[in-house]
Structures are given as structure tokens and as C-alpha cells.
Write a protein that binds this ligand. Structure first.
Ligand code: FAD
Length: 534
């Protein structure tokens, strides 16, 4: 029986049994960064003096995508004498994977669009990992990792539609706004290049003007007022940038489309821009970071909280707390790559370079929550679009029932013919209001369990019956939001260059340097710094 038919048949069955009390659903918070990260705040008097000193040629601080890319670049250059210090118990940062009920699932990032030629370093990585191959003179991507169809669906007016652009009851004014927006994306692309990584294209005047205002202000100026278009664009910004169109710059809002797939209005031909599809894995981009971490062996030191970095004339000194032993280890290295979020780099560096202070002050971070929900059996489904990789709930005007970004299905790429047990990975981005971060940490796990179940039970009334476990990952400073002004920020650009004395032994590599956070930016930063280290 085909998956779609099976679900249609299943949805006709009456709901059997009673919902378990939410208390029957096991789970808790995962990830250690909150407690360990807070060691860096304020009171450091209880922290012991270093009890050992180790020497290495290079030390990399932070084992997210950027730090792992820097380590790979050193390996490619035949440099083995380095150590990578990571706060968490495993590498990967925001691109880690996990498991719930024995099913692999993402703890953060879940996909990588097929990279274009501007992200050559990412293309090389995918080639090295066997994901990209030359077949009959053309580049081909491994079908197991290209996202299978159907990819996306939207829950709107009580049913599922294919794709995420709202089409239900589309009136002529909405269609006209969709078409006009598509034209404006085209126009922006013809005025200047939108590349990933963004640093590959020069700072054009037209883009600096877009960077000076919010996306919302730009839409106002264009008189693009359709609630459906506004909802869709807001969703895209929250999904990629962690905050909505009132927070991000117009450059960021247009970059989302112009750098990748363009914007296709209903009934219009697909834009000419490249769109090679999306790569995804059950554990999301955790698959990529696991491959990057695997060859590091003993050079990867997890559970190390970097507390202090001091740049000297002849070496860099790094003190890190070993979370397992409670002792502080001192590292002395000729060169140091800080692949840390810039607000942390600024906090741990003694006498930080002015550009680091200025850049850290300019960045705004969005908190995120990722909840992995294990289901013991497949959900009944409503008529409409079939179960997809990504399912999103339409929320025009901020319907408080649907504050999240929807969920992805960790079993989507599996080849099982009949849907069954799975894990849904639910995402929520909290934007820039400071109270949201406090809320995220202050509320108990049971609060988030109830909130996630209540939201997902609207499209799936049988979901609470089938949920067995829910694990919640909290990111207080998940990603820097591309607010107006970042594209032209001189301090961010200065940190991507060799540093002047006395900081010439420090090298900065993190997605923060791009002003927004995606795999290709993080990887390119780390790769670039790793390849340039002397
Ligand atoms: C929920 C979520 C979903 C996302 N989804 C996607 C997606 O689908 N596709 C995509 O391309 N991008 C996505 N992103 C963005 C993507 O995950 C990031 O761009 C990328 O992983 C960032 O890598 P990084 O190395 O720059 O930073 P980070 O991941 O922030 O890495 C920094 C590392 O430094 C460590 N660290 C911090 N402080 C210390 C310290 N004092 N001592 C030692 N180590 C320290 C951290 O633990 C971390 O491992 C998502 C991000 C989030 C939060």
C-alpha cells in the first residue's frame, strides 16, 4: 500500500484509547552548555589555578562547524600538532545530532542546500565525504542524502497544502503581491550579486542601502501588504535568521531568496537562479559534523570550557576548565583560532582587540528551542498534502496557538514503505526580546512539553497518544540575527583579516563574522582561517 493511501485509510479509523496524561511522557533538557557557559559570567573566584601546562603548535577554541572546518584545513595541510577545545561533551555546536528512542535526530541544524560555486570549500567537503561525485561529466549528489519528496507542506485552514507559500483562498491582491515580490527579488539580483558566503560578493551600494533598513520597512515602502506574503516572509526570516522581518535587514530578507532559489510566484516559471535541492540526514547536519570530528582523535578535547585567552608576543596562553576533573588546564600555542561566538570570544580574551569588542557589541543573538518528540506509531493524517519532510503551521497575525516553526520528520529519508515509529524535531525561534531568553531558561521542562504537545495536537489530535518521550534543547544565544547595519560593519570585516600586533597570534572564525548563521558561512570562515595559518 502506498504511503499516501495508507495514511488516508488510517485517518478514517476512529481514534482508539485515551490520551496519556502529559506526565506519562518521559524526557528532559539535553545539552550541557547552559551551566558550563555560565561559568564565564561574573564570579570566577571559585575557579582553581591551572594545574598543568601543555604545548601545541595551534589551538582551536570551539568545536562547532567553524572550529571543525579549521581543524580539517590544518589536516589537509599536513599539520597534526594542534588541539581543539570544546565546551560540550561532543563536537558540532549548533549542528549536532542526537538520538531519542534509538532514532537519530537533529539537535540543531537539519539541512544544507546544495552549495553553489561560491562555496567551493563546502563543495570540496561534500566530495571528500562521497556526497558529491562527478558522473558522466556532471556533478551529482548522492540520492540518499538529497531530501526526498514530498519536502514541505503547510497546515492552513484545517488542512495541509503542498509547499509553504500560502495558496488557500488566494485573492487577486495576494497573487499580485506574490508576483511583484518575485520581480523585486529579480531586480535586486540584477543590481548586485547575493552570494553564500556573503563575503564573496563586494559591498554594492544597492546592498548597503538595503542593509540600512529593516525588511519590514522595505516591504512597507514597496506597499507589499498581503498578510499571506508577510506571514511567509516572516516565517522564512525566523526559520533562517532566528527573528522576523521587523528585526532583520532588508538585505537579509532578499538574500534569503536571491542567494539561493529566488522566489517563485504561483503559476510563474521557476526563477533562473540555481536551486540544486537540499541535503539532509536523519540527524540533520550532525551527520556532517560527526564526519568532520571523526579523524581528529585525541586532538579533540571535549568538556573543556575556555575561560581565558592571553595573546603574548611569542605565544598564546589559553586556560580551560576540564569539566570531568574540575581542574584547569593551561595550553600554550604559537597560534590560536577562536571559533567561538564573538560575545564569548570578547569575554574570555584578555585585553581584546577593539574590533572584537565593537563587533560583539553590534551583534544581537536569538534564542532557540529544539524539541525532539518520539512517537511510538505513525500519526493519522488529514486529507490534503501527504506527510512531508518539513511541516509548518500557518500563523498569520501571530496566532498564539502556533508560535513555532513546525517540525521535520527524522525518518523522512528512510526507505521504509509503511510509516511507523519516528521522531519529530520541533523548532521555535524566539526573536530579539530579551525576556524570551530568561523565559527559555526559567521555565521547567514540563512547561515546554505541554506547549509543544498543545501546538502539534492542533493538526495531529492523536499525537499526544503516540508521544512517548520529549527532549528539549535550549540555545540561549543560538545565532546572530542579521539586523540592519551588520553587512557594512567594519569591525566584523576587520576580524576576518590578520590581526595587528599585539593580537597577531589570534584568528577569528565563526558564523558570527558573517552576521548570520548558516553552515556554509561557518564552514567557510573556519576553512579560510585554517588554510591561512602560518
Ligand atoms: C536551532 C538551529 C537550527 C539551525 N538550522 C540550520 C540549518 O538547518 N541549516 C544551516 O545551514 N544552518 C542552520 N543553523 C545554523 C548553523 O547551525 C550554524 O550556522 C553553524 O552550526 C554555526 O557553526 P559555528 O561554528 O559558527 O558556531 P557554533 O555552533 O556556535 O559553535 C561554537 C562552538 O563553541 C563552543 N563554545 C562556546 N563557548 C565555549 C567555551 N567557553 N569554551 C569552549 N568551547 C566553547 C560551543 O559549544 C560550540 O560548539 C541552525 C542553528 C540553530 C541554532
Amino acid at each position: 500500500m502506498k504511503r499516501r493511501n495508507f495514511l488516508a485509510a488510517a485517518s478514517a479509523l476512529p481514534l482508539i484509547g485515551c490520551s496519556p496524561a502529559p506526565g506519562d511522557i518521559a524526557g528532559g533538557f539535553v545539552g550541557a552548555s547552559h551551566e558550563r557557559g555560565h561559568l564565564l559570567r561574573g564570579e570566577k573566584r571559585g575557579i582553581p589555578q591551572p594545574s598543568s601546562t601543555q604545548r601545541t603548535r595551534m589551538v582551536i577554541l570551539g568545536g562547532g562547524v567553524a572550529g571543525l572546518a579549521a581543524a580539517r584545513a590544518l589536516r589537509l595541510r599536513g599539520i597534526d600538532d594542534f588541539a581543539l577545545l570544546e565546551l560540550e561533551d561532543s563536537a558540532g555546536g549548533n549542528s549536532r545530532g542526537g538520538q531519542v528512542g534509538g532514532i537519530a535526530c537533529p539537535l540543531g541544524a537539519h539541512y544544507l542546500p546544495v552549495p553553489g560555486d561560491d562555496a567551493a570549500a563546502v563543495q570540496d567537503l561534500l566530495e571528500e565525504l562521497g556526497v558529491r561525485q562527478r558522473v558522466a561529466g556532471r556533478w551529482a549528489y548522492d540520492e540518499r542524502h538529497l531530501c526526498h519528496s514530498p519536502q514541505e507542506r503547510l497546515f492552513i485552514d484545517g488542512q495541509w497544502q503542498e509547499g509553504l507559500l500560502p495558496l488557500q483562498d488566494m485573492d487577486t491582491a495576494t497573487l499580485a503581491d506574490y508576483r511583484r515580490f518575485a520581480g523585486l527579488v529579480q531586480q535586486a539580483s540584477s543590481q548586485a550579486r547575493f552570494t553564500i558566503p556573503a563575503s564573496k560578493s563586494p559591498l554594492a551600494q544597492s546592498q548597503l542601502a538595503l542593509d540600512a533598513i529593516t525588511f519590514e520597512a522595505w516591504l512597507d515602502r514597496q506597499r507589499l501588504a498581503s498578510p499571506a506574503l508577510r506571514w511567509y516572509l516572516d516565517y522564512c526570516c525566523r526559520d533562517d535568521y532566528g527573528a522576523g522581518l521587523a528585526s532583520v535587514s532588508a538585505w537579509a530578507g532578499l538574500h534569503y531568496f536571491a542567494s539561493r532559489h529566488g522566489f517563485q510566484a504561483p503559476g510563474e516559471p521557476a526563477p533562473a537562479e540555481r536551486d540544486g535541492g537540499v541535503l539532509t540526514w536523519p540527524e540533520g547536519n550532525g551527520w556532517l559534523t560527526r564526519q568532520l570530528a571523526a579523524p581528529l582523535g585525541h586532538r579533540l578535547k571535549t568538556g573543556r570550557v575556555v575561560l581565558r585567552v592571553a595573546a603574548g608576543k611569542h605565544s598564546v596562553e589559553v586556560d580551560a576548565l576540564n569539566a570531568a576533573t574540575g581542574t584547569v588546564e593551561r595550553w600554550q600555542a604559537a597560534q590560536c583560532v577562536l571559533a567561538l561566538p564573538l560575545f564569548i570570544a570578547a569575554r574570555v580574551t584578555e585585553n581584546p582587540p577593539p574590533a572584537l569588542r565593537q563587533a560583539a557589541a553590534a551583534l544581537r543573538y536569538a534564542p532557540w528551542l529544539v524539541a525532539n518528540l518520539h512517537l511510538g506509531a505513525a500519526l493519522h493524517d488529514r486529507p490534503g498534502a501527504a506527510p512531508s519532510w518539513d511541516s509548518v503551521l500557518y500563523n498569520p497575525g501571530g496566532d498564539p496557538r502556533f508560535p513555532g516553526l513546525g517540525y521535520v520528520d527524522a525518518m523522512h529519508q528512510s526507505l521504509q514503505s509503511v510509516p511507523g515509529e519516528t521522531v519529530l524535531t520541533y523548532y521555535r525561534a524566539f526573536g530579539l526580546a530579551p525576556a524570551q531568553r530568561q523565559d527559555l531558561y526559567a521555565r521547567p521542562w514540563a512547561h515546554w512539553r505541554d506547549a509543544v504537545l498543545a501546538e502539534l495536537a492542533v493538526p495531529h489530535p492523536d499525537l499526544p497518544d503516540k508521544a512517548t518521550r520529549l527532549e528539549v534543547m535550549r540555545y540561549g544565544h543560538a545565532m546572530s540575527v542579521p539586523v540592519p547595519g551588520l553587512r557594512g560593519n567594519a569591525a566584523l570585516r576587520a576580524l576576518q583579516q590578520p590581526q595587528p600586533a599585539p593580537w597577531q597570534r589570534l584568528h577569528f572564525a565563526h558564523s558570527d563574522l558573517a552576521g548570520y548563521s548558516v553552515f556554509e558561512e561557518a564552514f567557510s570562515q573556519g576553512h579560510g582561517r585554517g588554510m591561512a595559518l602560518a
